[in-house]
Design a protein around this ligand. Structure first.
Ligand code: NAD
Length: 472
């Protein structure tokens, strides 16, 4: 099979931008042909993704390493095997997901049979960011294909090696007449957004999220927005501090903090503030050594622009550990900040890098008030051995998802919906939820014609009215 993709607009921008409407028209014609609807076609695509991952693991890893310096274990765990397992899970459950779902029929609609049929939406657009550039394009694709759609994929230009690798290799494993990749940046995405899609699935920041939603409104296209925000971590005095410190440090500095669900800041009860901080600093040294720049277990910042943005945040509070940076190597050391206030730059935006502010709070109630004073986050973590504290935090805060006594592990459970709320996004996916995002749940009532009570038909008489009032 030959690759079907529109390359990045570096050579002749106008011509390539002009090709974009044709991409969507081609896919629409393919969707209309009905080819994507069968279970067999869907299974073949999911099998193709599994084979792609198995056969191209090295290429995928090399691209991720070139873009972000990802250590193999992080690339494998959070991207490569994640996608293979996701495709396998969808393939295994596909027959069940596609099954027409029976629901009960009330007296008013009797006799009859009521069902919900999941049908594909049509041609969908998937736009992904650079921080997990493989997983965040492929996992939505798994849902789109399981649900029987055609898809246009727009990988992030900020991770160019992964984008080029996907454009070259993916079309060999999935039906290239139904799945096309458009590489490029803002001009390409803008042109894509002028076209009519049946769903737009966007992962990235809220500013662009608003651009996506405005463009989608022109065609009344539904959107899923997987956004970010400042995900808080609350630690109370009953927490197991040794384990808590390690889990927070691991979850924060994984991918050098460039994770949408990374703990953005820590709110710790003041009575255990120093004890937690000491253990976190020790965990950083244990994980990454005395010179993290030489550690094989530590990523790089994606580009110089983000490096510059992040180093400006280092002036907030006091540095408890880290703070070193080297722009020529896109390196920023795992950094923990103490004595930070909400007036500091680091608390004004999502950090999205290896800088972790730790703030003391009087008690858990103050932590809850602090969380609720800010935008609803994508994730929230609470470390506590006290069940009533865990319950209180979950009940009185709102977040896309939450993990108790760990960070972002809720993502690894396919039956849990993954998505934001409020500023952190709308809609959710993973497992069956991905299938549902890309399906329309069509209401179907099947009626027999043998029985046809005249009671509903005009002319309306007093007797008919009496009976209708009695039945309804
Ligand atoms: P990015 O810069 O790669 O942008 C994402 C996509 O938007 C790219 O494909 C890009 O081409 C496109 N884009 C950029 N500017 C555009 C414009 N003006 N018009 C149209 N399209 C445009 O990635 P990013 O936004 O820097 O990603 C980081 C953000 O994404 C963070 O806020 C993070 O929390 C969030 N994120 C969320 C999730 C999630 O699952 N909820 C996952 C990862 C990242």
């Amino acid at each position: 099979m030959t690759a079907q993709h529109v390359p990045a607009s570096s050579t002749d921008p106008s011509t390539e931008l002009d090709l974009i409407p044709q991409v969507v028209q081609r896919l629409r014609a393919r969707f209309e042909s009905g080819v994507t609807r069968s279970r067999r076609w869907r299974e073949q695509q999911l099998e193709g993704i599994e084979r792609f991952v198995a056969e191209c693991e090295k290429d995928i890893f090399e691209a991720l390493h070139a873009d972000l310096g990802k250590p193999e274990i992080e690339a494998f765990g959070a991207e490569i095997s994640y996608v293979a397992n996701d495709a396998k899970h969808a393939r295994k459950h596909l027959a069940q997901w596609m099954k027409e779902e029976k629901v009960s029929t009330p007296l008013v609609a009797m006799p009859g049979k009521s069902t919900i049929q999941s049908e594909p939406l049509g041609v969908v657009l998937i736009i992904s960011p650079w921080n997990y550039p493989f997983q965040l394009l492929m996992a939505p694709l798994v849902g789109a294909l399981a649900a029987g759609n055609c898809a246009v994929l727009k990988p992030s230009e900020v991770a160019p090696h992964t984008s080029a690798m996907l454009a070259k290799l993916l079309p060999r494993y999935v039906d290239p007449t139904c799945i096309e990749i458009v590489e490029g940046a803002v001009p390409e995405t803008t042109k894509l957004l002028e076209q009519r899609f049946d769903h737009i699935f966007y992962t990235g920041n809220g500013t662009v999220g608003r651009i996506i939603m405005r463009a989608a409104a022109e065609h009344l296209t539904p959107v899923t927005l997987e956004l970010g925000g400042k995900s808080p971590t609350i630690v109370d005095r009953t927490a197991d501090l040794d384990v808590t410190a390690k889990r927070i440090v691991w979850g924060k500095f994984f991918n050098a903090g460039q994770t949408c669900v990374a703990p953005d800041y820590v709110l710790v009860e003041e009575s255990v503030h120093d004890a937690l901080l000491t253990r976190m600093v020790a965990a950083v040294r244990e994980f990454y050594g005395d010179d993290p720049q030489r550690s094989d277990s530590y990523c790089r910042i994606v580009n110089e622009r983000h490096h510059d943005r992040l180093t400006k945040l280092l002036d907030s509070g006091e540095i408890a550990c880290g703070g070193q940076h080297d722009k020529s190597d896109r390196f920023i050391a795992p950094t923990i900040l103490r004595d930070v206030t909400w007036d500091d730059a680091v608390m004004k935006e999502e950090i999205f890098g290896p800088i972790l502010p730790v703030l003391a709070v009087r008690d858990v109630d103050e932590a809850i008030r602090t969380v609720n004073d800010h935008d609803k986050p994508l994730a929230l973590y609470v470390f506590s051995s006290d069940k009533s504290t865990q319950k209180k935090v979950l009940a009185r805060t709102s977040s896309g998802g939450a993990t108790v006594n760990h960070v972002w592990m809720h993502l690894a459970v396919p039956d849990l919906p993954f998505g934001g709320v409020g500023e952190s996004g709308m809609g959710a996916y993973h497992g069956k939820h991905s299938f549902d995002v890309f399906s329309h749940r069509k209401a179907v009532l099947r009626k027999p014609t043998q029985v046809d009570p005249p009671i509903l038909y005009p002319p309306y008489t007093a007797t008919k009215t009496k009976w209708v009032k009695r039945i309804l």
